[in-house]
Design a protein around this ligand. Structure first.
Ligand SMILES: [Zn+2]
Length: 344
């Protein structure tokens, strides 16, 4: 089968690899029908040290179950399934509490040992706990929005929950990538009164407004902080979604949060310190978040997607086949594209 392998920064190749197959009795093999490239794939795309073995890539996919191990109970050949960006058993202490990203028997797609989503098929460990059967056919019109349940929509939702978005709250979203845009959808869905999007790119701002952003702040750094304060009567936002991961974005996020407010961080931190420790202490600012347990959110968000109440699939602005994956990385890295979908 063919799959995407990254050998180092800016070196993404589509190659023939060993076919996905059952190894454990709890595995399934899924033939991928849709996958995508993630903003988080751009961190290694820009910084991965050269590797002889290469890393298999992709952690967002929908596909059709092709085979199941003898201990798989909830899935059968032919089911259309969506996979969350981490796999999990669904039964351990953390899974039962809705934190599947900390599953005691779980893990992450790709790397040197496992298949990734940006390939023709995937061996899925802990298939019963990991996969969710979709009640539609593989070419359903909502496929793009359903695919976002594997990561970006669930991650935006997690940021909003961690930032304690609720009816009547003023929300600020730092980051105009696919996750930030889904954060706007999530904030509106949870009843936010105002949603301030911090971003500059015209197409992303337009989409943010369609998704429910009421204000846009296109300044950067100190000017952005001053503008959000001005828009909030000098007080700052109740809930701030940090959807980037860079230190500067986190500094902006904590600086626009009002006393007693909360920052929900879902951008993978690229630095080990959280800025402004003292001011955030004296202002009683909560800093929460982490990798989203999207497996817990798929069933919660699925009805809204199927009913068309939310349309997170609009973050995809480019579609390619597997041969176009390397160029898809390039396009997303150069911000030509918000998010690239791969059709198989
Ligand atoms: Zn678990």
């Amino acid at each position: 089968m063919r799959a995407t392998v990254m050998y180092g920064a800016k070196d993404v190749r589509v190659e023939t690899v060993p076919d996905a197959r059952l190894v454990e009795s709890t595995d399934a093999v899924v033939v991928v029908t849709r996958a995508c490239i993630c903003g988080s794939d751009l961190w290694p795309y820009n910084a991965m040290p050269r590797s002889e073995a290469g890393n298999r890539m992709g952690h967002e996919f929908i596909g059709i179950v092709d085979a199941v191990g003898s201990d798989v109970r909830t899935l059968k050949k032919g089911d259309l399934v969506v996979a969350p960006f981490a796999w999990s058993d669904g039964t351990c202490e953390f899974c039962r509490n809705g934190l599947q990203t900390s599953c005691l028997h779980g893990g992450w797609w790709g790397g040197t040992e496992l298949d990734g989503g940006q390939g023709e098929a995937v061996r899925v460990p802990q298939a019963d706990g990991t996969l969710v059967v979709l009640p539609v056919g593989p070419d359903h019109a909502l496929m793009a929005s359903l695919l976002t349940l594997s990561d970006v929509m669930g991650t935006g939702h997690h940021a909003a929950l961690a930032a304690r978005v609720a009816p009547g709250k003023i929300v600020a979203v730092v980051g105009d990538g696919a996750v930030g845009l889904c954060g706007v959808i999530a904030a509106r869905r949870l009843g936010a009164e105002r949603i301030i999007m911090l971003g500059r790119h015209a197409a992303r701002i337009a989409l943010a407004r369609d998704f429910g952003a009421t204000d846009v702040v296109s300044e950067r750094g100190d000017a952005a902080i001053a503008r959000v304060r001005e828009l909030t009567g000098g007080l700052g936002a109740h809930s701030v979604l940090e959807c980037v991961g860079l230190g500067e974005a986190m500094l902006t996020a904590v600086s626009v949060t009002r006393p007693g407010g909360a920052v929900g961080r879902v951008g993978v931190p690229q630095e080990n310190a959280i800025p402004n420790a003292k001011p955030t202490f004296y202002d009683n600012i909560t800093i929460a978040g982490g990798p989203a347990p999207v497996r817990a959110y798929i069933e919660q968000l699925l009805p809204d997607v199927l009913d068309g109440r939310i349309e997170p699939g609009r973050v995809f602005d480019r579609v390619t086949n597997i041969d176009g994956v390397p160029d898809g990385y390039r396009a997303m890295n150069q911000r030509e594209s918000i998010k690239v979908m791969i059709e198989f």
